[in-house]
Design a protein around this ligand. Structure first.
Ligand SMILES: C[S@@+](CC[C@H](N)C(=O)[O-])C[C@H]1O[C@@H](n2cnc3c(N)ncnc32)[C@H](O)[C@@H]1O
Length: 238
């Protein structure tokens, strides 16, 4: 499972960053998450960006004053990280000592592990007392008439853990607050999002990269107009 996630993200670098240049979505999510986390803890002297990808969230969490560690399973995503200290690793088994960080952030990453409870326990372990954890996880895409984009579509989705599982996992280790962020986007951007190999793999896990992207494009071909993308945020203190 994790090997598939790693391999899918290894081949997603170009499409992922192209999507971000167009939408700024992950930068926005990381900024909103940082603000929610800062409200609970003030300054971050040492922060772990857990599931840092190409470093979009790392850039948001890094400033002149702090130490930021960018951890990811995917070597190829991590190679793009320009800020902080890159570490290849699994957030379900963190290679850090107890109490090493003031903050642990999972920007669009915790929902990708089959064991979010393990990652939550690890986050609690590496946080010092009073530290803060934050996560954002996708709640899906909703059309103007209120229907979920994927409700009626034929796909073989494989989301190892959804936003509800992320919330439950963090609740098991932290005292949490949660909410929803909503973004108006377009049908075209829904198609672009699912042209990222790792995102198309959530619809058609068994197909080859090219086949799954073609299938995702076919699946979404008729989608039109404005679509709302929803993300759950969860912030907790130990
Ligand atoms: C959607 S990307 C988000 C990247 C970045 N946080 C951002 O906002 O652009 C999710 C990242 O989580 C990483 N990931 C998934 N499961 C992981 C795990 N168990 N340990 C570490 N990284 C993981 C993936 O390799 C991928 O780079």
């Amino acid at each position: 499972m994790k090997e598939a996630v790693r391999a899918n993200f290894d081949e997603s670098v170009t499409a992922y960053d192209a999507y971000e240049r167009r939408t700024n979505r992950f930068t926005t999510l990381a900024r909103l998450l940082r603000a929610e986390m800062a409200r609970r803890t003030g300054a971050f002297d040492a922060i772990l960006d857990a599931g840092a990808g190409t470093g979009i969230s790392t850039r948001v969490f890094t400033d002149d004053e702090n130490r930021t560690v960018a951890l990811d399973l995917s070597h190829d995503m991590l190679r793009e990280v320009a800020d902080g200290e890159p570490v290849q690793g699994d957030f379900d088994a963190l290679p850090f000592t107890d109490g090493a960080f003031d903050a642990v952030a999972f920007t669009a990453s915790l929902f990708l592990t089959p064991e979010p409870e393990a990652a939550a326990r690890e986050a609690a372990r590496v946080l010092h007392p009073g530290g803060v954890v934050g996560a954002v996880a996708p709640l899906g895409w909703v059309q103007a008439d209120g229907t979920d984009v994927f409700a009626e579509l034929d796909r073989t989705s494989r989301s190892p853990a959804d936003a509800g599982a992320v919330r439950t996992a963090l609740e098991s280790a932290f005292t949490v607050e949660t909410g929803i962020w909503r973004f108006a986007t377009t049908a075209e951007d829904v198609r672009r999002f699912h042209s990222i190999p790792a995102m198309a793999a959530r619809l058609y896990p068994k197909l080859s990269t090219e086949e799954r992207i073609d299938r995702a494009n076919d699946l979404l071909a008729e989608l039109d107009g404005t679509v709302e993308q929803r993300w759950r945020w969860v912030v907790g203190t130990a």
